[in-house]
Design a protein around this ligand. Structure first.
Ligand code: GTP
Ligand code: MG
Length: 195
């Protein structure tokens, strides 16, 4: 997979805008500010391809990036941003629901959480969306560079337990900042392309 060949395709605000050309779709979900865009940039070895650090909660669309003309990376809008209105939250819910309504679109789901914290109730809800989709999914525990060495194992364990991942669940320790976990995540994505 040539990750240097990456193009922004579109920003979808409704189901009619979702690409349905049968290319695999790898979807990234997570709380606002958890580093979804940074993880995508790290995967692609780009600095600001998916836009980072702009005002949280502003991304209200589903962004599609086409990689090597072989698969889409799908950047879902972040959730859990406190300053968003009820109307915006409802809009988010409907958009995500319409995306998950057709889970045949999803090849692999990636839930990004903050490795420092216990996953939130919203993270658990998102994990359930993925579980109920019946499609493969994995968790990326981002911002690993912010942990002390001694915190890593207990924190990863807490993430597993809180998200009810079970023995076989995949949790990838990741640092978008330092690059840790990039190889493992890329390998996981590539493995699902060949199915
Ligand atoms: P929204 O698009 O608002 O939902 O946010 P996002 O999830 O896309 O987060 P984004 O990639 O914009 O990153 C948010 C902030 O976290 C930025 O300041 C990043 O530089 C920082 N950040 C992301 N990943 C890491 C990481 O692995 N380590 C550290 N130290 N900072 C990170
Ligand atoms: Mg983002």
């Amino acid at each position: 997979l040539n990750v240097n060949n990456a193009e922004f395709i579109r920003s979808a605000a409704k189901a009619a805008d979702f690409p349905r050309d049968r290319l695999p779709q790898v979807v990234f979900a997570g709380r606002s500010n958890v580093g979804k865009s940074s993880v995508i940039n790290r995967l692609l070895n780009r600095k600001n391809f998916a836009r980072v650090g702009s005002a949280p909660g502003k991304t209200t669309h589903i962004n599609y990036f086409l990689i090597d003309k072989k698969l889409y990376l799908v950047d879902l809008p972040g959730y859990g941003y406190a300053k968003v209105s009820q109307a915006e939250k409802a809009r988010w819910g409907r958009l995500i629901e319409s995306w998950f309504a057709d889970t045949s679109l999803m090849t692999l789901g990636i839930l990004i959480v903050d490795s420092r914290h216990k996953p939130t109730a919203d993270d658990c809800t998102m994990a359930r969306w993925f579980q109920e989709s019946g499609r493969p999914y994995a968790v990326v525990a981002n911002k690993l560079d912010k942990l002390k060495k001694s915190e890593i194992e207990p924190n990863l364990q807490r993430i597993r337990e809180t998200l009810e991942m079970g023995e076989d669940g995949i949790v990838i320790p990741f640092s978008a900042e330092k690059g840790e976990g990039r190889g493992e995540l890329l390998a996981l994505i590539v493995a699902h392309l060949e199915e």
